[in-house]
Ligand binder design. Structure first.
Ligand code: NAD
Length: 250
């Protein structure tokens, strides 16, 4: 039996987004899985949800582009109804590089994908959720990174800068919409075993990180999904502008 609640999770065909989609569906949310490229992977997540009796659609859209974001939200309105939760999960990580080797194009691409997507999707969500616009409230969870605090020197300062921007956006937006029935929070994962680490040089980095993580291991995507779910759901009804760091203590 559905709860009448609707969750849109961006970049949810694999990794943390896919685990979050399955968890929200198990908790009774109708779920929209957004993906950019891998339709088969998105469909596999949808099938897993349907097999457990959940409600789910998949929508292809590049969420760093405003026209595609509008189409995505209009599809959710039409097919699932009133949006209650937005999870801004999309993120890209490029190869490890010193700052001199990061091109302007790469820097802009990382910001466009990681930050602009969060901004564009949040705008659309607020227009639907805000009591100021006739909505009945909602919750936004941004998937930032521990990199926003460490700065990721010698690796990806571009990625860290994008996540730092997401953290500031989370704080500001939380205050801006607090009196309109909307809570805004973020998770800042540490090392999580997902395909984002496919990029060159990551295997060595993963081993190095494991030795300095206080819990002495990387995390699983579901361990981040649980934190996202808690922040999104009414279980955290008095929490806004806050961060949870599923990072094994790093
Ligand atoms: P992932 O690469 O599996 O997930 C990211 C997803 O975003 C991919 O499916 C990708 O196709 C999708 N995507 C990229 N650009 C898109 C766009 N323009 N439009 C729509 N979809 C797009 O990796 P993940 O580890 O599951 O990452 C999820 C989030 O967690 C990211 O924001 C990432 O920065 C963050 N994070 C991950 C880790 C980690 O160690 N895995 C640590 C900290 C933060």
């Amino acid at each position: 039996m559905g709860s009448g609640k609707v969750a849109l999770i961006t970049g949810a065909s694999r990794g943390i987004g896919a685990e979050a989609a399955k968890l929200f569906a198990r908790e009774g949310y109708a779920v929209c899985i957004n993906y950019i490229a891998n339709a088969d992977a998105a469909e596999n997540v949808r099938q897993a949800i349907l097999e457990e009796g959940g409600t789910c659609i998949t929508v292809q859209a590049d969420v760093s582009q405003s026209s595609e974001v509008r189409r995505l939200f209009e599809t959710v309105d039409r097919e699932l109804g009133c949006l209650t939760v937005l999870v801004n999960n999309v993120g890209i990580l490029q190869t490890q590089s010193r700052v001199e080797d990061i091109s302007e194009e790469r820097f802009l691409n990382v910001l466009q994908t990681n930050v602009m997507s969060c901004f564009l999707c949040s705008k659309e969500a607020i227009q639907r959720m805000s009591t100021r616009h006739g909505g009945s409230g909602g919750s936004i969870v941004n998937v930032s990174s521990g990199a926003s605090k460490s700065g990721s020197p010698n690796e990806y300062v571009d990625y860290a800068a994008s996540k730092g921007a997401m953290d500031s956006f989370t704080r500001g937006l939380a205050l801006e919409v607090a009196q309109e029935g909307i809570r805004v929070n973020a998770v800042r994962p540490g090392l999580i075993y997902t395909d984002i680490h496919e990029t060159g040089g990551e295997a060595e980095r993963v081993e190095r990180l494991k030795s300095i993580i206080p819990l002495r291991r990387g995390g699983q995507a579901i361990e981040v999904a649980e934190a996202i779910y808690w922040l999104a759901s009414d279980k955290s009804s008095f929490v806004t502008g806050s961060f949870i760091d599923p990072s094994g203590g790093l």
